[in-house]
Design a binder for this molecule. Structure first.
Ligand code: AHR
Length: 509
């Protein structure tokens, strides 16, 4: 047990907003080895596959209850012309992926392959359309191709390519990073485009699109305000127009500069804490963008979608700089745990979040070895798995009765203990992180408003924050049962070793 004790109250019978399962969403771009070699190996591969899709990757992601997958980008989305990715593979035109590594893209993974992947995963597709270099007609046709039933030019084309039934597609992105790689537009310019594209992305039959406008970079609140203004007038009587139903936001955790972001596995304690400060900043950003949205939409009809988040390090030595391949340590896992605590607190406005990216790119769940094909689950993967019980659960407010320990990090103060809780199906799930690199802490939870039954706890930690998994040591960071939990009446006391992530599941009647 530790000298530092954080006391908190959970009123388990006072349910807050539901944590949308889609905040546990994912992102797969045609970038480096995310699609090719990651998700897709082709039908002739020795790696077990279904129609070219890696079955070990599918199995690992299904264990996370992966709710959605965003595709094909990212920056690639605004260069992608979907018609190049349908029909017989040998007839599909190739292109150069100028944004990512200048490599040739053969378009063998296209619309049908992506939808098959989503079906295997049991995940909802989230398609990002091309605003930057595409046309309204091209995007409108793609929606028709995917979702229309009966008879129409695009339906006939889809059927000719082997798919009778329409798919159901809800999440639809109107471009990506329109302020940057998606066309370098001003907020006003993009807002006009979003209205236009949103108009012609039709609801076919009973398929209802949830159109997501390309939102702000980090703290660009003006961008958010400009997009909100398009949807109607300021005030309580606000009834948003249907051009788009949500705005996105992108924010990456980078303790260094864009030129030198820091190494994924070699870092000192100062850099470790700076990383945590940068990760914690997402709370201020979600609050800021939500506040702007609240002015225009107090009824919270319009969703906020953080469709790119995660750590971004220098690429691994010897790999293509355009492939964004990085290792993933316990530090990354703690960044993920901290993000989720914050997401849970913003459940009233945050409807979706997508980690960048799922396989072999940035803060990945899964790394695959390009030579042997071996698959490694990263520490971040385990946080997604340990936290999956929060999906679609009612959030529970955490009221602190004592101060949380802090570390001075330059001009910033980092709270080193973070926690969040939810309730679903007679169980309360509490996630707790101790971000301190050296000191342990205890958290005493008083669960009021219900009787406390069985408790199951798991821990993710290792000897050092730099610890990571490799094909030779695939379980260097892996969850195990956590025994340092005691229950006295309604009080649950949890010991948190330094740099650890813990979940406690309590049966509550
Ligand atoms: O995730 C990598 C890139 O980061 C995406 O393509 C882009 O949207 C963002 O800048």
């Amino acid at each position: 047990m530790s000298d530092t004790v954080v006391s908190a109250v959970l009123n388990v019978d006072v349910k807050g907003p539901v944590i949308n399962r889609h905040v546990y969403g994912h992102f797969a771009e045609h970038l480096g080895r995310c699609i090719y070699g990651g998700f897709y190996v082709g039908e002739d591969s020795d790696v077990p596959n279904a129609g070219g899709i890696r079955l070990d990757v599918v199995e690992a992601l299904r264990a996370l209850n992966i709710p959605n997958l965003r595709w094909p980008g990212g920056c690639f989305a605004d260069e992608y012309h979907w018609m190049d990715g349908i029909g017989p593979k040998e007839q599909r035109p190739a292109m150069v992926n100028t944004h990512w590594g200048n490599v040739e893209e053969n378009n063998h993974f296209g619309t049908h392959e992506f939808m098959a992947l989503c079906e295997l995963l049991g995940a909802e597709p989230y398609i990002s359309g091309n605003v930057g270099s595409g046309t309204v007609k091209e995007m409108s046709d793609w929606v028709e191709y995917l979702t229309r039933d009966g008879d129409s030019p695009m339906v006939r084309l889809r059927k000719a390519n082997g798919r009778e039934e329409p798919w159901r597609v809800r999440f639809w992105g109107l471009g990506n990073e329109a302020w940057g790689c998606g066309g370098h537009m001003s907020a006003e310019q993009y807002a006009a485009e979003a209205r236009r594209y949103g108009t012609y992305c039709r609801d076919h039959g009973d398929n209802r699109l949830y159109r997501i406008a390309a939102g702000a970079n980090s703290d660009d609140y003006t961008w958010t305000e400009t997009l909100m203004k398009q949807l109607g007038d300021l005030g309580c009587a606000y009834r948003p127009q249907a051009f788009y139903q949500a705005l996105s936001l992108h924010y990456y955790t980078i303790p260094g500069t864009w030129q030198d972001k820091g190494d994924a596995t070699v870092f000192d304690t100062d850099e470790y804490y700076r990383t945590m400060v940068k990760a914690a900043h997402i709370d201020e950003l979600l609050t800021g963008h939500s506040n702007v949205m609240d002015c225009y939409d107090p009824g919270k009809n319009v969703g906020l979608v953080l469709d790119e988040w995660g750590t971004w390090w220098n690429v691994e030595p010897g790999t293509n700089p355009g492939f964004l391949y990085q290792q993933n340590t316990l530090r990354d896992a703690l960044v993920a745990g901290l993000h989720f605590d914050i997401f849970h607190r913003h459940a009233d406005r945050l409807v979706m979040a997508n980690i960048a990216q799922t396989v072999n790119v940035l803060q990945a769940m899964i790394l695959t070895d390009p030579d042997s094909g071996a698959l490694v689950l990263t520490p971040t993967y385990h946080v997604f798995e340990m936290n999956k019980g929060h999906q679609d659960a009612a959030s529970l407010r955490v009221d602190l009765l004592s101060d949380v320990p802090t570390r001075e990090v330059g001009p910033d103060a980092l709270a080193t203990v973070s926690l969040s809780a939810s309730r679903k199906d007679g169980k309360v799930l509490v996630s707790l992180s101790n971000l301190d690199a050296a000191d342990a802490a205890d958290v005493e939870l008083d669960l009021r408003g219900g009787s406390v039954g069985g408790v199951v706890s798991r821990i993710l930690t290792a000897g050092a924050p730099q610890t990571h998994n490799t094909p030779d040591a695939p379980a260097a960071v892996a969850p195990r049962s956590h025994e340092q939990v005691t229950v006295t009446g309604t009080r649950v006391r949890v010991h948190l070793p330094a740099h650890s992530f813990v979940t406690v599941q309590v049966d509550v009647a």
